[in-house]
Design a protein around this ligand. Sequence first.
Ligand code: SF4
Length: 567
Amino acid sequence: MMTALAAPSSPGKDFSPEQQRYLEGFFAGISAGGISFGDLSSPPAAKAPIPEGPSLEDLTKEERIKRELHPFDAIEQLVMDARWNAKPEPESVFRYKWNGLFWLNPVKDGYMCRLRIPGGVVKSYQLRELAAIASDLTTGYIQITTRNNFQIRLIEPKNCPEVLRRIQSCGLHSKGAGADNIRNITMNPCAGYDPHELIDVRPLVNELATLIIASKEFYDLPRKFNIAYDGGGLISAVEDTNDIGASAVRILDDGDGIEPGIYFRIALGGVTGHQTFASDWGVIVKPEQLNDVMVALLRVFIKHGDRTNRKKARFKYVIEGMGLEGVMAETEKLLPFKLTRLAPTSPIQEKRSFSQQGHSHVGTYPQKQEGLVYVGASVPVGQLTARQLERVADLAESYGSGEVRLTVWQNLIIPNVKAAYAATLAKSLRKLGLPCEQSNLKSGFVACTGNRYCKFAATDTKGHAIAIMEYLDKRVKLDKPINIHFTGCAHSCAQHFMGDIGLLGTKVKSESGEGYHITVGGGFGENRKIGRQIFSGVPFESLGSTLETMLKGFQQKREGEESFHSF
Ligand code: SF4
C-alpha cells in the first residue's frame, strides 16, 4: 500500500480503473528496468552518502535535495502526483529530472520527457511506440535534439508513469536524461557505415552507455556532463563542444615509440553555454582502453567537482583548477596503466579530410557495405509529427534494415538501403516533408526548444526558425552551405556560438517583444571558432531582412573561398 507518502495539496481524484491498470504496469516496468522500488509501505530510502568534501551546510540547495532523498526514490511521489494529477513540489521538479521528466511551468502545466538514445541509433518498432506515446499522451510532436536524441511534450502529471513505462517497454530509457547526470552519448551518425571512418565507435558507445545507465555511481555528478565519440569519417560528432570529446586518429609510424595504429585523442572541458571548446589533453588512448579512461575521468569529476556553487560545478572548472597535467595525475591514480603523452611532433594522420561545415549528412551516400547507401533527410528544426515518425519507421523497414540514426543537426538518416531504391526512398521522404536534397540554406537550420515549452527561452526559436527559413528561401540563393543556429537563452542548447550565423534570443521593444543578438563566424572541429557578436537586440520583425542583407552582402563582397569564418 502506498500510504507512506502524503497526498499532494492540490485537489485531485482517485485512481480511475485505467490509471490503476497502468500503475500496476508501471511498477512491473520499473522492476524490469532494474530500478529498485523497495517495499512501498516502508519509509523512504536512507539518505544518499555525502561525497568527500564540503559539509552539508556548504552544499548547494540542489546537492542537499539529492541527499535528503535520492531522486530515483522520488518515484513514489511521482506516482502519487499522477494519482491526483497534481503539480510537483519544487524539490520534486528537480528530482524528477533523473527520470528525464522536466516540468515546463510557468510556460505550460505539464512535463517534457527526454530520452536516452546512445549514439542516436533507433529501431523502427521503437519509433512506432514513440509515435504512439506522442499521439496518445502528448501534444503529438516528437523533437530531435542536438544530442542525437528525442524529446516529447506536453505530458500531464497523471500520464507520467504510463509514459515512462511505455518508453521502457520498447527498450528505450529516460533515466539520467536531465540534471546532474551524464547526458546522451553522441557519435558520428553513420558510425559503422561510413567508408571513410577510422573506427566504428558503436561498440564503445554501447559499452559506456550500459555502464552509465546501470551504475548508481554515475547518477550523482556535481553537474551535467556531456560525452561524444568520433570515429572519423564524413560526418562529425561535434565532439569538441563536450565535457569529454574522443576523436579517432591514425598514428602513422613509431617515430615516438608509439605503435602505429588507431588511437583516440581526448579533448576536455567543452561547455556549450560557456562558449568554451574542449582543449586537447595531449594524450592518446587505445580503443580498448578508452572507456577505462572515461570512467576514471568521471570519477575525477565526481571527486573534485564543486558542489558548493552550481555556476562553477562543470568539469571545465575542475580542469581550470588542476590544469590538464593535474587532471592527468589524478586520472592515472585510478588506472592500471599510464597514459600515453603525444608529442606535438608525433606523426599522426588527423581524423578526416572532409568538409566539416556543409550539410554532408543530407542526401544519398555510399556505405562501406557494398551496394548499400544511407539516405539523410532534413527535419525542419528537428520537429516531427507522430504520423511522420510512424511513416519514417515504415520506410526504414521497407527500404533499409529498420534502423534510423538521429544526428546532432536535428536531422535523420536511414541506413542500409539498396542503392537502386535510394531515389524512391528519397521521394517518399520528400513527400513526407523531409527533403533529402541538400539545401545550402534550409539543411543548416538548428533551433532549441524555445518559449513555447522552455521556461528559460526569451523567444519562440523553432517558430521563428521556420518563418525565417521560408523568408530567406524565397529571397536568397546561396552557393555554399550555411548553418544558422537559433537559441533561446544563454544555455545555448542550439550552440549558437558555433554557427556561421548564431542567434541568441532576447527581449526587445517591438511588436512581438522578441529579438536576437546576432553572432557570425562560428565553427567546430578543424574550423572551431567562437562566433563574434555583430548586432544586438534585432527585433524578430526585422530579422529576416537583416539576415537577407547579411547573406547577400557576404556573397557579393567575399573574395575567393572566403567563408563566414573570416569574420
Ligand atoms: Fe531552453 Fe535556453 Fe536550452 Fe533554448 S537554450 S532549450 S531556451 S534552456
